[in-house]
Design a protein around this ligand. Structure first.
Ligand code: PRP
Ligand code: GLN
Ligand code: MG
Length: 499
């Protein structure tokens, strides 16, 4: 679930891209990179680590130019160890392209083979993003005959990418001496939005995974890029767009963006993430009222950070006390997107600590946005008891995660999910809770439809096992589990946690 950004500005954009990557840091903590364009050249810097660690003053000075792209990475293909898989990626032909991608291709192995056999293109990493860049580059070469490049040729190339690539992709590319290109997969699984800032010299444009990157950088949100749509912004600021996907593909944005990934101050596909989480809390409150004896609950507590709005609203709806009993260490990142179980487990303890007086002698209802591997909930219930809680109930604003994700969330095996092979009572025992309540999937999706009725369906495969791209079967999942299910331990976060 990486974060991507692209800017076509009227003055140097290096600081602007850095600032927007900071606003997208919650989407990827493993690596960061920026590539800018100036005259005939691209300049690029990428490395492992958080944005603030990757870019020093000397790196920023070496990124001149009025347009560029940037990315923060959360690896879902290849490994977090390889800095060559950090983004942006670059190809020299045709024209020279730098490229950032959020999502995951499900047919990248087949594409890689066909790129080599038929298109004579060598892929030098295990990154699906490098494969996608080369498919785009090849199709652009075909569409432009390698000579004339215009928006029409770009749209033709994106149409061909949609035909060849399967899976989830939101992409921003910068083509040398031409401009920015952005597109979103035909189902719109991964998010992408467009912003504008007017200057005396003319309009500046920014594309980003989340609206907070735009609004936090002084741009106003114009709109979301539609599923299958492509956008071209030339170097003189002229914008053209075209719907490039074949008709009949249903829009299904990833439901997990609303549950966990996106920042609450973003608006995604017409739905405020904050409002969505409040609303999830209301539906969850109704389920809690049916499942637990409310008289048994003294206090409701969020598990910082992501569950706060849901917990707050749940407490208000049920007329229960809301208290913040866990304090978060602001210098520890998000644990779920760290690479490797050992580092995730250790980080929960480093990240959260309990205020004893809020727990002593009380029955507490802990609310989290989701339970995936159970890393957080196992530790947290334990900490609540150690702090003196009498009974510990647990409610999750998302249903049980029971299936692997193949579209850009790194949960490739069922074996790692706490819900695998367990019913709710068994999961409650496993995390040590006296009672456990999960949101129903219908209610979760309805809570989003209530806020934007145009959003009829969602990509909810990790909850229901339905994969919208139609190419995922048992054999695929079995291979994924074999190839990506191995423990991964590397990258800056792992190193930091070992210190
Ligand atoms: O069951 P698990 O495998 O532990 O995954 C779920 C937990 O991970 C996430 O928190 P995270 O610490 O990543 O981020 P947050 O601070 O945004 O809540 C999420 O909010 C849950 O708390
Ligand atoms: N989560 C993502 O968007 C990851 C992008 C790409 N699949 C990678 O692994 O680098
Ligand atoms: Mg959390």
């Amino acid at each position: 679930m990486c974060g991507i950004v692209g800017v076509m500005g009227r003055s140097p954009v290096n600081q602007l891209i850095y600032d927007s990557l900071l606003l997208l840091q919650h989407r990827g903590q493993d690596a960061a990179g920026i590539a800018t364009a100036h005259d005939q050249f691209f300049s690029m810097h990428k490395a492992h680590g958080l944005v603030r660690d990757v870019f020093r003053t000397r790196n920023m000075r070496a990124l001149p130019g009025n347009s560029g792209v940037g990315q923060v990475r959360y690896p879902t293909a290849g490994s977090s160890a390889s800095v060559d898989e950090a983004q942006p990626f670059y190809v020299n032909a045709p024209f020279g392209i730098t490229f950032v991608h959020n999502g995951n291709l499900t047919n990248w192995r087949e594409l890689r083979e066909s790129l080599f056999k038929h298109d004579r293109r060598h892929i030098n990493t295990n990154s699906d993003s490098e494969v996608l860049l080369n498919v785009f580059a090849h199709e652009l070469q075909q569409a432009s005959n390698g000579v004339t490049l215009d928006a029409h040729a770009v749209f033709q190339a994106v149409r061909a990418v949609h035909r060849r690539a399967k899976g989830a992709y939101a992409v921003i590319a910068n083509i040398s001496n031409f401009g920015l290109v952005a597109f979103r997969d035909p189902h719109g699984i991964r998010p992408l939005c467009l912003g504008r800032h007017d200057t005396d010299a003319g309009a500046e444009w920014m594309l980003a995974s989340e609206s907070v990157a735009l609004t936090g950088s002084g741009f106003s949100l114009v709109r979301d890029i539609a599923p299958g749509e492509a956008v071209v912004i030339t170097e003189d600021g002229e914008l053209s767009t075209e719907a490039c996907a074949e008709a009949g593909q249903e829009q299904t944005p990833c439901v997990f963006e609303y549950v966990y990934f996106a920042r609450p101050d973003s608006v995604m596909d017409g739905i405020s993430i904050y409002d969505a989480r409040l609303h999830m809390g209301e539906y969850l409150a109704d389920k809690v009222a049916k499942s637990l004896r409310l008289g048994d609950v003294d206090v409701v507590m969020p598990i910082p950070d992501s569950s706060r709005p849901s917990a707050m609203q749940l407490a208000a709806r049920l007329g229960l006390n809301y208290r913040e009993g866990f304090i978060k260490n602001r210098y520890v990142g998000r644990t779920f997107i760290m690479p490797g179980q050992a580092v995730r487990k250790k980080s929960v303890r480093q990240k959260l600590s309990a205020i004893d007086m809020e727990f002593r002698g009380k029955n507490v209802l802990l609310v989290d946005d989701s339970i995936v591997r159970g890393t957080t909930s196992r530790e947290i219930v334990d900490m609540a008891r150690a702090a003196g809680a009498r009974k510990v109930f647990f409610a999750s604003a998302a249903p049980a995660v029971r299936f692997p994700n193949v579209y850009g969330i790194d949960m490739p095996t069922q074996a790692e999910l706490i819900a695998t092979g367990r019913d709710e009572a068994q999961i409650a025992r496993e995390i040590g809770a006296d009672g456990l309540v999960y949101q129903d999937l219908d209610d979760l999706e309805q809570s989003l439809r209530d806020l934007n009725p145009a959003m009829r369906a969602f990509e909810s495969s990790c909850f229901n096992g339905r994969y919208v791209t139609g190419d995922i079967d048992e054999a695929y999942l079995e291979r994924l589990s074999r190839t990506r299910g191995l423990p991964q331990r590397s990258g800056a976060m792992a190193a930091a946690a070992d210190e």
